[in-house]
Design a protein around this ligand. Structure first.
Ligand code: AKG
Ligand code: FE2
Length: 214
C-alpha cells in the first residue's frame, strides 16, 4: 500500500504536468524536509556559494547582465541535503511510473539572490537537445511580501511576451515545469531570496560520457 500522504502531492504534480506542463503547489513539501534545508542554509557561509553561470564560455560581465544569483550544489553526502535529494528521487520514480517520462537523474542547487539580484527571461533547455527535461524550484522564504519583489514570472510557451502566471517565492511553494517549454524570469529581489532549483534529466549519455557535462 502506498502512503497516501506521500503520494498525493506527487499525483497532483503528475496531473498538472499532464494537463498544462506546469505545477505550482504551495505547502506540499513536508515540514521536516523544509526544516532540514533551512538548517543547512544557515550552516553554509558565503564561501560555500559561487556566482552562477549561464555556460562555460560566458564572460563574467555578460553573465552579470543575465543572472546575479549565487549557488551551492546539493550533495547526497550531506545528510541535510540528502533529505531533499531523496524526496526528489521518489518523485522521479513516481513520475516515471505515472507518465513514462524516462527521468534518469536529478541535480539541484541552493540559490541565493542578494538584494538587487535577478535572472532575465530564459528557458532551461532547448528543444531537440534533450538534457534537462523537468525543472523544479522550491522556495524557502518566510513571510515574503509584494514589496520584496523577486517573483518568478512564467510566460506562455506560444507567446513569449504573454505572462502565464506570477509566482511569489513563499516558503514551501514548489514549482515544477517542462524545462524546454516555459520561458521564465526572476524579477529583482529587494531582499535576500532563497530557493532550491533542480532539474531532472533523461539519459543521453554515450559510452559513459555524461551529456552534457554540468
Ligand atoms: O528561482 C526561480 O524562481 C527560478 C530560477 C531559475 O529560473 C533557474 O535557476 O534556472
Ligand atoms: Fe530557469
Amino acid at each position: 500500500m502506498l502512503d497516501l500522504d506521500l503520494t498525493f502531492p506527487f499525483e497532483k504534480i503528475a496531473q498538472d504536468l499532464q494537463s498544462t506542463g506546469i505545477s505550482i503547489l504551495p505547502n506540499f513539501i513536508g515540514s521536516e524536509i523544509l526544516s532540514k534545508l533551512e538548517i543547512r542554509l544557515a550552516e553554509l557561509t558565503s564561501s560555500d556559494f559561487k556566482q552562477a553561470g549561464i555556460g562555460r564560455l560566458t564572460e563574467h560581465e555578460q553573465n552579470q547582465k543575465i543572472r546575479r544569483d549565487k549557488i551551492h550544489w546539493l550533495d547526497a553526502n550531506n545528510e541535510l541535503e540528502a533529505a531533499w535529494l531523496d524526496n526528489m528521487a521518489e518523485l522521479k520514480t513516481y513520475l516515471n511510473r505515472r507518465l513514462f517520462m524516462g527521468l534518469f537523474s536529478y541535480e539541484s542547487h541552493f540559490a541565493v539572490y542578494p538584494p538587487g539580484a535577478f535572472y532575465k527571461k530564459h528557458v532551461d533547455a532547448f528543444k531537440g537537445k534533450a538534457n534537462r527535461v523537468l525543472t523544479t524550484v522550491l522556495y524557502l522564504n518566510q513571510s515574503w511580501s509584494a514589496k520584496d519583489g523577486g517573483e518568478l514570472m512564467v510566460y506562455n510557451p506560444n507567446n513569449h511576451e504573454q505572462i502565464l502566471t506570477t509566482v511569489t517565492p513563499s516558503y514551501g511553494t514548489l514549482v515544477t515545469f517542462l524545462s524546454d517549454e516555459f520561458p521564465h524570469e526572476v524579477l529583482v529581489a529587494n531582499k535576500k531570496r532563497y530557493s532550491v532549483a533542480g532539474w531532472f534529466r533523461v539519459n543521453t549519455s554515450i559510452n559513459h560520457a555524461i551529456d552534457p557535462p554540468r
